[in-house]
Write a protein that binds this ligand. Structure first.
Ligand code: TXA
Ligand code: MG
Length: 331
């Protein structure tokens, strides 16, 4: 059930978390499907509801940096401690950091790994929920495994219906793409997933060039970060990058997702429907509206969705990363 984030509903949501149930909640990136991160049977419910492989770890959502010590092993004065200090101005925000895990975190959260992903979301409803529940909230994106992430409360309801007790409605997510994942467990910091916090921002903050470890690791085991898989987050309708398909080979029902004003589409009559994510090619707007448009077009019975591409700079890098993953199984 979708509920407005009133003080009363936030209290009820926190009670559901404390009782071992599931709550859908908004963050500035995408909606999460949350459970008490210290309650193994509650976390099991997330895996079951999402049909998520048990080898794919979850991230823990905290309300403040002070809560870090309850979930991660941190030694003051260590290289890790210094790195965290250098990036702490990026919290709260669209950044997940992989840290050595404390023994208090149950193995199910980290899929048995000795590291844990943590994030402090910059969203008043997420903050209020975490604070009111007084725990760390384990939450993946609130989509059925491998489908497109949700950016509205309705998307969460479409995926799970009544299987989760409450969905807090915070309106559409302001960023619309999952957080950047930064690993601080190796000898050098590495980006495991692109997001709104760019490699340049992280390199500046850390004082070293942060490289990316986003390779296609389909067959390697154990899975370090399934966010690195090539195929992920795809719609059911075949979706291709617009510049990789010859219009002469289009089937009859094709939808276009454009990054510009519709009037700039010269071959508009070829398309059954056109959604534009931005009037000006603004990549923040493109990111914000992307998943909603993909979900909408996926529901129209089209034979093909084609989508614009953009320059891989700033958030454009995260957009293109998601588009490659979403189109991989159709190309
Ligand atoms: O923006 C976000 O990060 C959203 C919101 C709800 O916070 N959450 C999210 O969670 O996208 P999820 O589970 O859909 O993606 C988290 C990714 C997964 O690819 C997972 O494999 C990776 O983080 N991950 C989690 N713990 C990890 C760990 N200890 N080491 C490496 N990767 C990890
Ligand atoms: Mg996800």
């Amino acid at each position: 059930m979708i509920s407005a984030p009133t003080p009363e509903n936030l209290r009820r949501a926190a009670q559901i978390i404390n009782d071992g149930g599931l709550v859908g909640f908004p963050t500035e990136t995408v909606y999460g499907l949350g459970a008490d991160g210290f309650n193994t049977s509650a976390v099991e419910k997330i895996y079951r509801a999402k049909q998520r492989p048990s080898t794919n770890p979850l991230i823990l959502h905290l309300s403040s940096i002070e809560q870090l010590e309850s979930v991660a092993l941190l030694q003051s004065g260590s290289a890790l401690g210094r790195r965290l200090t250098r990036i702490q101005h990026l919290f709260p925000g669209p950044l997940t950091v992989i840290l050595p895990k404390s023994s208090a975190v149950p193995p199910i959260v980290t899929a048995g790994q000795d590291s844990v992903g943590i994030r402090i979301p910059d969203h008043p409803v997420a903050q209020a929920l975490i604070e009111a529940s007084g725990t760390a909230i384990a939450a993946p994106s609130a989509n059925v495994s491998a489908y497109v992430s949700p950016t509205t409360a309705e998307h969460v309801e479409e995926g799970f219906g009544d299987a989760i007790e409450m969905i807090l409605d915070g309106g559409p997510c302001s960023l619309g793409l999952e957080s950047t994942i930064l690993s601080l467990v190796g000898s050098e910091p590495k980006i495991l997933r692109y997001g709104a916090v760019s490699a340049e921002t992280l390199s500046d903050a850390l004082g070293v060039t942060v490289s990316t470890l986003i390779k296609q690791v389909e067959d390697s085991k154990p899975i370090r970060s399934p966010g690195q898989f090539k195929e992920h987050y795809s719609p059911s309708t075949p979706m291709r990058l617009r510049d990789e398909v010859q219009p002469s080979s289009y089937p009859s029902k094709v939808g276009l997702i454009s990054f510009y004003d519709n009037s700039t589409v010269s071959d508009a009559s070829r398309y059954t429907t056109i959604r534009n994510l931005s009037d000006s090619g603004d990549l923040d707007e493109v990111a914000k509206h992307l998943y909603r448009a993909v979900r909408e077009l996926d529901g129209l019975g089209l034979e093909l969705i084609v989508i614009d591409t953009c320059e891989e700079r700033g958030i454009g890098r995260a957009v293109m990363d998601r588009l490659r993953k979403a189109t991989a199984r159709f190309s």
